[in-house]
Design a protein around this ligand. Structure first.
Ligand SMILES: [Zn+2]
Length: 314
């Protein structure tokens, strides 16, 4: 059992802001689209504003469109207590901080995979703690992969701890500053790619390669499922001789386990052209779109399974 934190109302009033007090100690709800964190995307952990217990990771946050920060999973099962709430003529499940019994919000069963849960939490009940700084930005590394539609690889690489950012764009063609429309004609020579900035002390290039192979079929030439064209080719753009060697090695290892020939191109990185803003982090912003549900989501399930295995192996 966790050691409970118990304070009198007066004590709580002294350490909390009036809004934190209203939410945490009296079960209040902040106005939608008004809190500090509903749109917040930085990497880190959301802790209880009352007692500091860590409750939700930013990697488990999603855009629900409700105007409250929404998560599909808490940090662990023990940090949250659930309680039946029949107020306001509804039957809901209230969630509280297990350490200080502060009211956080409610949990609903209409969340995204894999949990199917939506923890709808008041910003006022949370304080955000940025991820502990790993390497300084100057020591981060870059990796670039094309594996079909870039919405998929973007979402997949974002799931990894140690990935600082992902940008989608175009690489490998002749046309300068291509538009999405031009790339889709298949005449620019560009591939749709995800450029991943990562902290090599937290995730290795080999680890990224594993995800790359997982999320697409490297044996179909210029095609992923219904997406056909050279812009969907399987390609690794390497940024160093070490990356080239690692990419070739992992391809050869994988080939041993596959009957069909791997057609993935392994080629030096060339100029990166960032794709239009609406393509960046597309999945988070369009989770309900049919393509995201049908194509992206199953890939993310695979990544999730892979990461679970990976963790248990260690
Ligand atoms: Zn608490």
């Amino acid at each position: 059992m966790k050691k409970k934190i118990v304070k009198t109302d007066d004590e709580w009033k002294r350490i909390l802001t009036p809004e934190q007090y209203r939410v945490l100690r009296t079960g209040g709800t902040e106005c939608a689209f008004a809190g500090a964190y509903y749109k917040y995307k930085n990497n880190g952990v959301y802790a209880c504003a009352g007692c500091g217990q860590e409750l939700f990771r930013s990697s488990k946050k999603f855009e629900s469109g409700t105007g409250w920060p929404s998560f599909f999973e808490p940090v662990d099962r023990d940090c949250i207590t659930e309680k039946k709430d029949t107020s306001h003529g509804m039957v809901r499940t209230e969630v509280l901080c297990s350490r200080c019994d502060g009211h956080l919000g409610h949990v609903f069963s209409d969340g995204p995979a894999p949990s199917g849960l939506r923890y709808c939490i008041n910003s006022a009940a949370l304080v955000f703690k940025p991820e502990k700084a790993g390497l300084p930005d100057g020591k981060l590394e870059t990796a670039t992969f094309g594996s079909g539609c870039f919405w998929c690889s973007d979402a997949a690489f974002r799931m990894l701890d140690g990935v600082k950012s992902v940008e989608v764009g175009y690489m490998g063609g002749d046309k300068k500053n291509p538009t999405y429309k031009e790339v889709c004609t298949g005449t620019t020579g560009h591939a749709e790619i995800s450029r991943v900035t990562f902290d090599p002390t937290k995730v290795t290039y080999d680890g990224l390669l594993e995800i790359f192979w997982k999320i697409h079929d490297p044996t179909t030439l210029n095609r992923q499922g219904n997406d056909v064209g050279t812009q969907y080719r399987s390609v690794i753009f390497y940024h160093s001789p070490e990356q080239k060697a690692a990419a070739e090695k992992s391809r050869d290892e994988l080939q041993k386990t596959m009957a069909k020939k791997i057609v993935t191109e392994i080629t030096p990185a060339s100029e990166f052209y960032r794709a239009e803003d609406y393509h960046q982090d597309y999945y988070s912003n369009n989770q309900q779109a049919p393509y995201c549900r049908a194509v992206v989501q199953p890939k993310l399930e695979k990544v999730k399974e892979h990461l679970k295995k990976d963790v248990s192996r260690k």
